[in-house]
Design a protein around this ligand. Structure first.
Ligand code: GLC
Ligand code: MG
Length: 248
């Protein structure tokens, strides 16, 4: 067995079935101790909201924490996000103009203040409204010269981020920083904001069995042998995938 870079989403991927998560934690914790495997959480949550989750659930302490949909990267021992990453994201990012532009859309309901981050503007948007609103929003932001991307997740959350910020790009940044091969890297997820972690193609990917349609539709439309769709849900699905790729 050799070490690998384990990157997982939290809500409805690692977290969702306490019994399964306890078993996965045991196996991953042992692997980290014996082989130096790195454990990384990559969540849409802010760090404040992540802290709330850690008070409710028994999570392993990660080696790195990626929050706010890939826009902030923390070393486990630091309260300050990577400034190299922030610098990359600041280029061409005009947060005030994003907020001024999105305010034209009555269907967009702002998320709580804790989830509004320096490189992330977040709203709630119903699935019924999404099909019409997202293309209009994309056009408006582009016409205003904003170099951004829109990510819709879980059939309810809409995030506007800098063009070069998402969970996939944050994973690549960290992987290169650590000098780990793509083939020794595995990402796990269940919803729209995880899709970018499965896009590169050479990292291994595990989609849990309870994944959302927005991710499943893309998965079926873009087949890749390095990506595994588990039958089991949440942490059981992760375990199934780690065994499939022979990481465990
Ligand atoms: C988390 C965040 C929220 C974001 C969503 C999808 O729930 O708290 O702000 O919109 O993930 O990325
Ligand atoms: Mg999730």
């Amino acid at each position: 067995m050799i070490s690998f870079l384990f990157v997982t989403d939290l809500d409805n991927t690692l977290v969702g079935d306490d019994r399964a998560m306890a078993e996965l934690n045991r196996q991953l914790g042992d692997h980290r101790q014996q082989h130096g495997t790195k454990i990384v959480y990559s969540t849409g949550r802010s760090r404040t909201s992540y802290r709330r989750l850690t008070s409710e659930k028994s999570l392993l302490e990660p080696d790195y924490l990626i929050t706010a949909v890939g826009t902030e990267i923390y070393n486990a021992t630091s309260d300050i996000p990577s400034s190299d990453w922030s610098k990359t994201l600041s280029k061409n990012w005009d947060r005030d103009l994003v907020v001024a532009s999105t305010s034209h859309f009555a269907d967009l309901t702002p998320q709580p203040e804790t989830e509004q981050r320096p490189f992330k503007v977040s709203y709630y948007l119903t699935e019924e409204a999404a099909a019409a609103v997202i293309p209009q929003l994309e056009t408006l932001l582009r016409d205003r010269g904003l170099d951004v991307q829109i990510i819709y997740s879980g059939g309810k959350d809409l995030d506007v981020l800098p063009r070069h910020a998402n969970k996939g790009m944050a994973m690549t940044f960290l992987r290169e920083h650590l000098g780990i091969e793509p083939t020794q890297t595995v990402a796990c997820g269940d919803s729209g904001n995880d899709l970018s972690m499965f896009e590169n193609g050479s990292e291994r990917g595990i989609i849990v069995g309870n994944a959302m349609p927005e991710l499943l539709d893309w998965h079926y439309a873009n087949p890749n042998p390095n990506r595994y769709l588990a039958q089991s849900h949440c942490a059981d699905g992760i375990l199934e995938g780690l065994k499939y790729f022979e990481f465990l």
